[in-house]
Design a protein around this ligand. Sequence first.
Ligand code: IMP
Ligand code: MG
Length: 182
Amino acid sequence: MRQDIKKVLICEQELASKVKELGERISEDYKGKHLLLVSVLKGSIVFMADLMRAITIPLQVDFMSVSSYGTGVKTSGVVKILKDLDNPVEGLDLIIVEDILDSGMTLGYLREVLAQRGCRSIRIVTLLDKPERRQVDIIPDYCGFVVPDEFVVGYGLDYAEKYRNLPFVGVLKSEVYSTSGL
Ligand code: IMP
Ligand code: MG
């Protein structure tokens, strides 16, 4: 697995200290509110697990799974809900937890869908942001790291469902996906 990585972009220590900082900011900003963290499966699970423990105020968690069809490196632009939230969100202050904001299509769609359900507020926290590739007008409220336009894996992020368990964020060697016809 490690031999498929061109370089480590964000190491474990950098991830841990950034997640702690985000947790502190969110704890401060959401004092006295009814915080619900909505994790977008599956890429955000590692970030979510660390972030929720870095937040010191009461919160609820829920999960959604969306698909932009396919397992490749380019998003298709079509978003479909595969698994919806378990509970209603009326009166709650939502933060959507994402692994990476790329074209913005996934989050643009999710934010619109959730906004129609009577929640009190919606914000976005993303571990990684690739602003160069944005197609939908979205700026994350909380962002861990801005990354260059390269395909990254690890700390939850996958390529064809692999590499999610790497403890760091790394750039995948291009020959790994160029040989699979993508
Ligand atoms: P968007 O809808 O184009 O913003 O795509 C967001 C989703 O595409 C993310 O939640 C990831 O699942 C996936 N994605 C985009 N870029 C990368 C990457 O560099 N590595 C792994 N997954 C990515
Ligand atoms: Mg994702």
